[in-house]
Write a protein that binds this ligand. Structure first.
Ligand SMILES: *Cc1c(COP(=O)(O)O)cnc(C)c1O
Length: 413
């Protein structure tokens, strides 16, 4: 990497051209051949995101007094979220910059809640299924909290409530279930985890980063989604990413709490410096107004009807791909019901097959336990599902013919 700040500035027209040229080497997600990192809900949504974002691009959510517009939009985003996730009277939350931020803040809140109640004073731990997102590890690392990963059921790939129960102790500040988990897209048994949490009086967090704005609509469409949100009485907090299936612009997630009594352990309030008193609800100081505005606009643009339509399309595409890969002799891992799925072929090397798909322009993710190909689907994938299956069949034929090629490294990015 070498680029010194140029002595003289350059014309925007020239810079714009250069940036467009640089983008040529990126994955072709607009053509639908990417099933990780980006969500493509079509040009209409993209326009709403873009215009709403730029309208409030310079405004700062750090200053609710200066920008009542952003405060109001954030409050409405949170109450719209709670309205689809069975938030009880008094439930509350905040917008954050993403899932990692939401998870970090939920863990910090749970730890401070435990300490305020005389627990986990000197050391703390968090109990997580093997499939829970690394964001919990990152947050725990920053706060010096011990991570206890618990094996998942090898058949269903779901969190094991009894095994999790055995890992809890007096210093446990949080236990976690995912709805769904990222690797296999399956929804942990939140009701059963809730029973453990209630019995042991432990904070239960549901990581619905990828499912929070999907599962409620899948359920409205008749998909058999088990209780996973505040409907389960022991759930104290949730993370749900707006910049995933909320179809908001990036930099937007929500962290939600059952009550103000729990939430009050989240904001940081200090006046111990020479500047003005500062109260910040989340990790960020400056908060991008554009991300708040775009989330508000997209949610109101789509409404329940719009989300039901989009998520219905995604579920139908997942079912189509699921049936298609099974017809090619592959097995789908677990019982995915939403927009993610992982699959593998019993004889062919998953990572070599990943490479064969990359050769055909497909950029997707993988899982490691067991090795498999991973897809996170967007509405736009409805238009390319047939192509994916055709390419998969051709890729499998290549492998059978001994044409191996590049293998995917066993890491996320
Ligand atoms: C994406 C995701 C996260 C992390 O969210 P970021 O926005 O990438 O920080 C956490 N948990 C799950 C289940 C996710 O899918």
């Amino acid at each position: 990497m070498s680029a010194a700040l140029p002595e003289k500035g350059r014309a925007w027209a020239e810079l714009k051209k250069e940036m467009q040229a640089r983008g040529q080497n990126d994955v072709k997600w607009r053509e639908g051949k990417t099933a990780v990192y980006v969500f493509n809900a079509g040009p209409e949504i993209a326009q709403v995101q873009k215009e709403a974002y730029t309208m409030y691009m310079s405004e700062n959510g750090l200053g609710p007094l200066a920008f009542p517009s952003l405060k109001q939009m954030e409050e409405e985003v949170i109450s719209m979220a709670l309205s689809i996730l069975h938030g009880p009277e008094g439930a509350t939350g905040a917008m954050t910059s993403g899932g990692t931020d939401s998870i970090t803040m939920a863990l910090k809140t749970a730890r401070d809640f435990a300490r305020a109640n005389g627990k986990a004073k000197s050391k703390a731990n968090i109990v997580l299924p093997r499939s829970a997102h690394p964001a919990f590890e990152k947050a725990a690392h920053m706060m010096d909290i011990e991570v206890r990963r618990v094996a998942i059921d090898p058949k269903t790939l779901l969190a094991d409530p009894d095994a999790m129960k055995a890992a809890l102790d007096a210093d446990t500040v949080m236990m976690v279930g995912s709805a769904p988990n990222f690797p296999h897209g399956v929804i942990d048994p939140i009701s059963a985890l809730g029973e453990v949490a209630a019995e042991k009086d432990v904070w239960l967090h549901v990581d619905a980063c990828v499912g929070g704005y999907f599962a409620p609509f899948a359920r409205m469409n008749g998909v058999d989604v088990p209780p996973f949100d505040f409907e389960v009485p022991a759930v104290r907090s949730m993370s749900a990413d707006l910049h995933k299936y909320g179809y908001a612009a990036k930099g937007a997630s929500s962290v939600l709490f059952r009550s103000g009594e729990l939430y009050k352990h989240m904001p940081f309030d200090t006046d111990d410096w020479s500047g003005a008193r500062m109260i910040t609800p989340t990790l960020a100081g400056t908060r991008p107004g554009g991300a708040i505005a775009a989330a508000w606009a997209v949610m109101n643009f789509l409404g329940i009807e719009g989300y039901k339509e989009k998520q219905g399309l995604v579920c139908a595409t997942r079912e189509k791909i699921q049936k298609g890969v099974e017809a090619l002799g592959c097995e789908v891992l677990g019982d995915p019901k939403l927009g993610l799925l992982a699959f593998r072929h019993p004889e062919l090397d998953s990572y070599a097959l990943w490479g064969k798909m990359l050769e055909r322009g497909w950029f997707t993710s993988i899982t490691t336990e067991p090795p498999s190909l991973h897809l996170m689907l967007s509405p736009f994938h409805a238009e390319v599902a047939d192509q994916y299956l055709t390419d998969l069949e051709a890729g499998m034929a290549d492998l059978r013919a001994g044409k191996t090629g590049e293998k995917r490294e066993a890491r996320y990015s």
